[in-house]
Design a protein around this ligand. Structure first.
Ligand SMILES: [Zn+2]
Length: 505
């Protein structure tokens, strides 16, 4: 019997979001509830289970799963301490049960967490898990490619793997690859990992792995895996998690062949570096973007204003009213659909009730340093408890008490908590079909093309303020390594490799 421990901890942080993340932002599942949940969604743990299920000798030991409801600000110190101790206690309990020894562990992580008192929560968890599980227990961890690949992660995991797609559609497949990697190690493989540091923070359409310039590097990693290398990939990190290791990294894991790992990790890095100067977003100033919307109105069709500076899935607060304000100021007459996080405004709608007309402030409820509230008057059209399944992955999402407010020609979907906006889940759950509007604000850098881009009359990446602005120079990074592109001029890349190998006597 082989007993495999499963742990999940996923959150992505923008350190430029002033709202601290809290313990309550996480949905926690323990034991069998973890398995029951993951059998209903197609993400990493589900993918890993699908592989382990093929092996009758494997018994799954589900420890704990902590998944953030959505990305957000830096975790508050006390809240991280509580979450950390929940996770480590669950691992400790599993590891110290002498009747049921743990033979291996799979960690489904994100990689772009940060807490007030910990720059590398994932590395910390893996280090403590290693201490609890002992030096000989194989540990494999999977990551989002927006994670930050620290040395502490690689010193404590035997091997890692990461997503190969952006927008991400390979959660399940990544879990399957992680599971196979773990089985290889249990079967005797001796992983050795090469990591290459690349001084770049990137954003934009060229990162779309199916079509963008990034595909050369990502495809090289994928073909290595197809050729039998244990694991390979590219982490380009979340440029909004301003921590000391924030950068781009390539990595290759081979079975006991450091020279091969080194050569191929450098090759992936080189394919990336060759193209990196294309990997930014040409942004349209806010005034110009709104002018385009006015210009399009008599011609028909929908103008999509992409406000990725307030992308909740990247860690922004979701309460930007920058575009809303500009539409009101310029007397935009089209039907506009705008999502916004504003707990007091949602409460005001609930207090008034369906059909009531209210005057309330919206915007700046979370990030008052960036956004000044704007007053709107509207009719409360719909209220919901904010529990719905996501369009993309059928996951259960929680926007808290949510109201649809019809403020003249502007339809506001006002939530109490941030949810991801990389698809149309929030709109659909609240009776709003984006295609029926003249203008839609999309607070996500990229959605799958059929969701908005394929049918939009105009599609404009707006340069608005926000904690996840693609205008990276505007954010004021203070902690990531320097010099780094595009924050600094004349950045060069040194072909330097670090090798990690777990040597157990
Ligand atoms: Zn990601």
């Amino acid at each position: 019997m082989t007993r495999i421990l499963i742990v999940e901890c996923k959150q992505e942080v923008s350190t430029f979001n002033p709202v601290l993340g809290r313990y309550d932002d996480f949905v926690i599942h323990r034991g069998e509830a973890l398995i029951a949940y993951h059998r209903t969604v197609r993400n990493e743990v589900g993918g890993a289970l699908s592989v382990f299920d093929q092996h009758p000798e494997i018994t799954i030991v589900p420890a704990i799963s902590a998944r953030a409801i959505t990305s957000g600000g830096t975790l508050a110190a006390a809240d991280w301490a509580r979450l950390r101790s929940d996770i480590l206690n669950a691992i400790h309990d599993a590891a110290t049960d002498t009747n049921t020894p743990i033979h291996a562990a799979y960690f489904a992580l994100h990689g772009a967490m940060a807490a007030e008192n910990e720059d590398d929560p994932e590395g910390d968890l893996l280090q403590e898990a290693r201490r609890l599980l002992g030096p000989r227990t194989p540990i494999v961890a999977s990551f989002d490619l927006h994670g930050i690949l620290t040395e502490r992660i690689l010193r404590n995991a035997d091997a890692i793997c990461c997503f190969h797609t952006y927008p991400h559609v390979d959660f399940y497949g990544t879990g399957q690859r992680a599971a196979r990697l773990l089985l290889c190690i249990l079967g005797g493989a001796k992983p050795v990992t090469a990591k290459v540091f690349i001084p770049a923070l990137v954003r934009g359409d060229e990162l779309i792995t199916a079509t963008g310039a990034i595909r050369h590097a990502v495809n090289a990693a994928k073909s290595l895996e197809a050729d039998g290398v244990l694991s390979a990939g590219l982490f380009w990190g979340n440029p909004f998690t301003d921590v000391p290791d924030l950068a781009t990294y390539s990595f290759v894991v081979t079975d006991g062949d450091p020279a091969l790992a080194e050569r191929e990790a450098l090759h992936i890095a080189e394919l990336f570096w060759r193209e990196h100067e294309r990997m930014y977003v040409p942004l349209t100033p806010l005034d110009e973007a709104v002018r385009i919307a006015h210009e399009q109105l008599p011609r028909g069709g929908t103008t999509i204003l992409v406000d990725a500076a307030d992308a909740t899935s990247s860690g922004a607060s979701g309460d930007s009213n920058a575009i809303l304000r500009k539409l009101i100021e310029t007397h935009y007459a089209g039907r506009a659909l705008i999502p916004i996080v504003d707990p007091p405004a949602a409460r005001a709608a609930f207090d008034a009730g369906i059909g009531a007309t209210i005057t309330t402030h919206v915007g700046g409820a979370m990030d008052p340093g960036r956004f000044t509230p704007v007053e709107v008057t509207g009719r409360v059209h719909l209220m919901s408890e904010g529990e719905f399944r996501s369009e993309s992955f059928d996951e259960l999402w929680h926007s808290g008490p949510t109201a649809v407010l019809l403020a003249g020609n502007i339809t506001l979907v006002i939530t109490s908590r941030a949810v991801s906006l990389y698809d149309r889940s929030l709109f659909y759950a609240h009776g709003q079909d984006p295609q029926r509007f003249d203008l839609v604000v999309v607070k996500s850098p990229h959605c799958q093309p059929h969701m908005f881009k394929d049918w939009a009359a105009r599609y404009v990446d707006v340069d608005a303020p926000g904690a996840t602005s693609a205008n990276l120079k505007r954010l004021g990074h203070t902690r990531c390594p320097r010099p780094i592109w595009p924050l600094d001029e004349h950045v060069t890349w040194e072909r330097r490799v670090t090798i990690f190998r777990r040597s157990v006597a």
